[in-house]
Every structure is written in C-alpha cells, then in structure tokens.
Write a protein that binds this ligand. Structure first.
Ligand SMILES: Nc1ncnc2c1ncn2[C@@H]1O[C@H](COP(=O)(O)OP(=O)(O)OP(=O)(O)O)[C@@H](O)[C@H]1O
Ligand SMILES: [Mg+2]
Length: 224
C-alpha cells in the first residue's frame, strides 16, 4: 500500500493580479521500498510539492494521505505527531541549529522524539558512511556547505522514518559524495523498506531511482 499519496493537488499563491497557480492537478504515490526522483527546472514547483507532501503546507485543493491517514482530517497537533513519527525531511536550506554542535543536533531530536531513533552504533555507522563522523564537536559555521548538507541528511534519517523526503540533497556535493548519498538513499529504500522521494535537478541521481517523474510548470508526469 502506498505510504504517501497526493490526489488532484492544486496550489495557488496570491490573489488577483498576483495570483499564480504553482501546482496543477498533481497526483502521486510513494511505495515502501522504492526511490522516486522528481526532476524539473528551477521554479517548476518541486519544493512546493515536497512541502505539501510533508504536511508543512495545506494545498489549495486536493488530498494528501500519509500512512493511510488524511492530513486535513487531523488536528494540527495530530498532524505534527504524524509528521514527526513518519517523515524525515532533508530541506533545501539545511536548518541546522547554529548554536548546537553536530552531536547536539541529534540529542535535540531525542528530546522531541524519545523513542524509535537510531541506536548509537547505527548513528555512528551512518555518520561514517557520510564521512562526517570526525565532525561531531563542530558547530555548523565551522563546516563546509557539503558537510552541513550531509549532517542535515543524517539528522533527517536519525528518527528512522518510514518516509524520507529530500529537497536537493546533493546540491552542495561533489560527484563522489553524490554517489555515496545516492547509494545511501537507494539502500534505505531497498534494504530497509523506506519510501524515498527526492526532488532535484541533479541528473547524477538518476541511476539510483526506481521511478523518475518530471515537474514542468507545476504539472507532474512520469517518465516512460
Ligand atoms: N509562498 C509563496 N508565495 C508566492 N509564490 C511562491 C511561494 N512559494 C513558491 N512560490 C512560487 O512558486 C513557484 C515554484 O516554486 P518552488 O520553490 O516550488 O520551485 P522549485 O521547483 O523548488 O525551484 P528550485 O529548483 O529553484 O528550488 C515559483 O515561481 C515561486 O516563486
Ligand atoms: Mg526548490
């Protein structure tokens, strides 16, 4: 069963002469064990799509379901809980907290979500895989863009979510690191049964995808 669906989603921003329709009748389903890639040019609506899929934005019309539950049927609190328990977000801006070390970024997750997070050995293995295990005592400002990006990926995966949504997760990475991250996301899907959805214009991720969709002016189509 699909763990994440969007049905006939429209998104409009602004009113009157400033009105822009950013998503047009978008339908999509993500399955456990599969990596879906959504590619498209800048401004085509990829981040808007992902923000709606993750329940951070309620669409103008259409339905979003996560784990069989419709977002709009739930209270804000229940929605936050569902998101916290089921969804790992890698946002386009990394959203690392500037006054916390890398290690403390994970401890903060423990305070918000107390159970079901990766154990210490699994976290260490993840950090090593991403090449950031030596950076635990650094603050975000002491890291390069690519290192911050990999910390943000690790933090999104730390709660062990069933659904992983990533917005341009490789934008700051060189090609060898893109391979590492592509393999990591693919393994999360294939070996750990996660539903992984990545929006990107990085064609270097194509080989890792089970399905590729194209976003063009707010219309989503599956590539044959
Ligand atoms: N809150 C908002 N209010 C008004 N317009 C918005 C808002 N958010 C996004 N848009 C517009 O919606 C369109 C799609 O934006 P979106 O961020 O989804 O594109 P994108 O495909 O992620 O682009 P990029 O590849 O540059 O990240 C853009 O024209 C943008 O200006
Ligand atoms: Mg974007």
């Amino acid at each position: 069963m699909s763990v994440l669906t969007l049905q006939h989603v429209d998104q409009v921003f602004g009113t009157g002469s400033a009105r822009v329709q950013v998503l047009h009748d978008v339908s999509f389903a993500a399955e456990p064990g599969e990596l879906s890639l959504i590619v498209g040019p800048s401004g085509s609506g990829k981040s808007t799509f992902l923000t709606i899929a993750g329940g951070l934005l309620t669409p103008t019309s259409g339905t979003v379901t996560v784990a069989g539950q419709t977002y709009s049927d739930r209270t804000q609190k229940a929605r936050d809980r569902l998101r916290l328990e089921s969804i790992g977000f890698v946002l386009q801006a990394y959203h690392l907290l500037p006054y916390l070390t890398v290690a403390d970024q994970f401890k903060l997750v423990d305070r918000v979500k107390r159970t079901g997070n990766l154990d210490a050995a699994a976290l260490q293995a993840l950090l090593r895989q991403l090449g950031i295990d030596q950076l635990k005592h650094k603050f975000p400002a002491e890291l390069s863009g690519g290192q911050q990006q990999r910390v943000a990926i690790a933090r999104a995966l730390y709660p062990d979510p069933a659904i992983v949504l990533a917005d341009e997760p490789t934008a700051a990475l060189d090609s060898p690191r893109v391979q590492v991250v592509g393999q990591l996301f693919q393994a999360l899907a294939r070996e750990r049964g996660k539903a992984v959805v990545i929006v990107t214009h990085d064609v270097r991720l194509d080989p890792f995808a089970d399905h590729v969709f194209e976003m063009q002016d707010g219309t989503l189509t599956q590539r044959a």
